[in-house]
Design a protein around this ligand. Structure first.
Ligand code: SF4
Ligand code: SF4
Length: 335
């Protein structure tokens, strides 16, 4: 049985509600599917009965939400609901100029170790589908149907292979799909960063930059969003500082910051310009946004004096030339 999570929108927009309701009704009638209705997943606290119930779901998952798929995937991941990114065919049209920009840049770069590379490969797939890609419920129902078939094929391999008789019994019991599971809302709207660990290199620039105690590290010294609710509502500053475009704010109005596929948009700038100055410097914008939040919190602005990426000074990385060597020699002579 495949669990299909329908994550409600944050607002009560009647068009969105109508699409969600149509989907719940049609998916509930689909064989091999159990529908799980949740409040907006991003708003659901990590420690809550609702999230506990989601953590107990076994097997592949389909997630239908109003967040971009990348944002939905990593929102669940931070709550311990992990899986490989399932291939979804119902996706938004991406501007050709933006398509795979990040991946192309990545391919040109020296390979870097990403946090996700250090993990044990996931045993399940999570298929995240963006509800904004169509107004037609049938398009989503068809895509879920396709995934059910794909997911069942994997299951069949598993059943023919390594399943124990106990696992097999449990699977067969599950053939009578239970009624939809509805998870109650807990608290209101939230605002916090979500880290995409398939991009994050654990460089710690975000923890140095944020002065509100949002970030921390786990026992393995890996970055995490430790105090999400310390984040200042509307502030996206650290997403501009992250050199890997790994920090998302799923509710931000800019698609690039909210996790739009391919689009790095306002963040897609030459790194030398980003870190070494130049017009429209993203780090300067981030520092201004951070200052604004510090003032609103009754604290003093710090400008570019704290937590600015170390690569700010290109001279530190420039190989020494003859003049540098001569100056070093003169220094040593103490003249
Ligand atoms: S700045 Fe970006 S890449 Fe570096 S640790 Fe933070 S999220 Fe990861
Ligand atoms: S958005 Fe601002 S307050 Fe929130 S984590 Fe980033 S720097 Fe900190």
């Amino acid at each position: 049985m495949l669990h299909v999570i329908v994550s409600r929108g944050q607002s009560n927009n009647p068009k969105k509600r109508a699409l969600e309701d149509q989907l719940i009704e049609q998916l509930d009638a689909m064989a091999g599917v159990r529908v799980v209705i949740t409040p907006n997943l991003y708003d659901l606290p990590m420690q809550s009965e609702g999230m506990d119930a989601l953590r107990e779901l076994e097997g592949d998952l389909v997630v239908l939400s109003w967040s971009y798929p990348r944002a939905a995937h990593w929102t669940l991941d931070r709550c311990g609901i992990r899986g490989a990114e399932g291939a979804v065919q119902l996706i938004e049209a991406v501007d050709e100029d933006d398509e795979d920009d990040w991946e192309a840049d990545l391919a040109e770069d020296t390979p870097k170790e990403r946090v996700a590379d250090q993990r044990t490969p996931a045993e399940r797939n999570i298929f995240c589908i963006h509800l904004a890609v169509s107004e037609d419920a049938a398009a989503f129902v068809d895509e879920v149907q396709r995934i059910v078939k794909e997911s069942s094929a994997h299951l069949l391999q598993w059943l023919q292979g390594e399943a124990t008789s106990e696992q097999l019994d449990r699977y067969l019991d599950d053939r009578n799909e239970p009624a939809p599971l509805t998870i109650a809302a807990t608290g209101g709207r939230r605002w916090y960063p979500v880290i995409d660990f398939s991009r994050c290199t654990n460089c710690m620039e975000c923890i140095d930059f944020c002065l509100f105690g949002v970030y921390g590290v786990d026992g393995a010294e890996t970055i995490l969003v430790e105090q999400p609710d310390n984040c200042r509502k509307g502030c996206p500053a650290c997403s501009r500082v992250c050199p890997e475009n790994a920090i998302l704010f799923p509710q931000h109005k800019s698609p690039a910051i909210a996790g739009s596929p391919g689009a790095t948009g306002g963040l897609k700038i030459d790194l030398s310009e980003l870190f070494y100055g130049g017009g429209g410097d993203a780090v300067q914008v981030a520092a201004q946004e951070r200052d604004e939040q510090l003032r609103l919190a009754g604290r003093e602005a710090v400008g570019m004096t704290i937590g600015i990426p170390r690569r700010q000074d290109p001279d530190q990385e420039r190989p020494k030339d003859d003049l540098d060597s001569l100056i070093d020699e003169l220094d040593e002579l103490d003249v």
